[in-house]
Design a protein around this ligand. Structure first.
Ligand SMILES: Nc1ncnc2c1ncn2[C@@H]1O[C@H](COP(=O)(O)OP(=O)(O)OP(=O)(O)O)[C@@H](O)[C@H]1O
Ligand SMILES: [Mg+2]
Length: 230
């Protein structure tokens, strides 16, 4: 039951969107997903309220520093993946969630401000490794990427990450209206109306490729087996 946390101290980097796209796709593929909604704007909780019951997805809305560990312990037996959506801020809840994670995803749009917010998360991960010997796997997920052109800003961000040997997911999350509209209509990319949402098929393919890559990086069962053996 791996814990995957989306973190970037910069607001608007695409954490909530990436977390929901991953959660709904993993659930569609049959994994049981519990989302811990620690974003004070509660977009995912709102999405869950308007969606009604979505197979394989549970959302926990009130997540605090005091409760986060308990939510994970209590739901472990019925969860294949925990996904934590954090606030766009540097706070103790972020540090605690990162400490509980098997993998930290750092969404970054191709811009310097997002990269700076991502760098603060990378610094914390580095600090945990050097001072406490705790190594937490992590990757950058490029978000809101233009499907047609690679911008100069994105190239600069990619170069910076390569220089620092930061792992970047091969599958970026592309800028798609479906990834915005899902929060307004509720449901999933599968239940959306393709006649109303442009390029819905491409958004679905993108979500599938993203979740497949995350699943390869963070396999649900292998980790659970390792833990039982330990
Ligand atoms: N791939 C995408 N395609 C289209 N729009 C996107 C995409 N990713 C994010 N957005 C839009 O960008 C804005 C910010 O995204 P989001 O809320 O996911 O960021 P966040 O990092 O969770 O922000 P916060 O730090 O405030 O919680 C939202 O309006 C969202 O709809
Ligand atoms: Mg958010």
């Amino acid at each position: 039951m791996p814990v995957i946390t989306f973190a970037n101290t910069k607001g608007g980097a695409g954490k909530t969107t990436a977390a929901l796209i991953l959660a709904t796709e993993l659930a569609r593929q049959g994994s049981r997903v519990t989302i811990l909604d620690a974003d004070p704007q509660h977009w995912i909780s709102h999405w869950h309220e308007i969606s009604g019951k979505i197979a394989n997805i549970d959302v926990i809305s009130s997540v605090s520093l005091a409760s986060i560990q308990g939510h994970i312990n209590e739901n472990r037996a019925k969860t294949d993946y925990f996904i934590i959506d954090l606030a766009g801020a540097r706070n103790t809840l972020m540090a605690s969630a990162i400490g509980l994670s098997d993998h930290v995803m750092i969404p970054i749009q191709g811009c310097a401000m997002d990269a700076k917010g991502g760098a603060q998360v990378l610094e914390l991960l580095c600090h945990l490794r050097e001072k406490a010997g705790i190594h937490i796997a992590h990757s950058v997920a490029l978000t809101r990427v233009n499907s047609l052109v690679t911008t100069r800003a994105l190239q600069v961000v990619k170069q910076l990450l390569a220089q620092r040997s930061v792992h970047v997911l091969e599958t970026p999350i592309v800028e798609r209206s479906a990834f915005r509209d899902i929060f307004d209509c509720g449901g999933t990319l599968q239940t959306m109306d393709a006649t109303r949402v442009s390029n819905l098929d491409k958004a679905r393919d993108n979500a599938r490729a993203f979740a497949d890559e995350v699943r390869r990086l963070v396999p649900a069962r292998a980790l659970a087996t390792l833990r039982r053996a330990a």
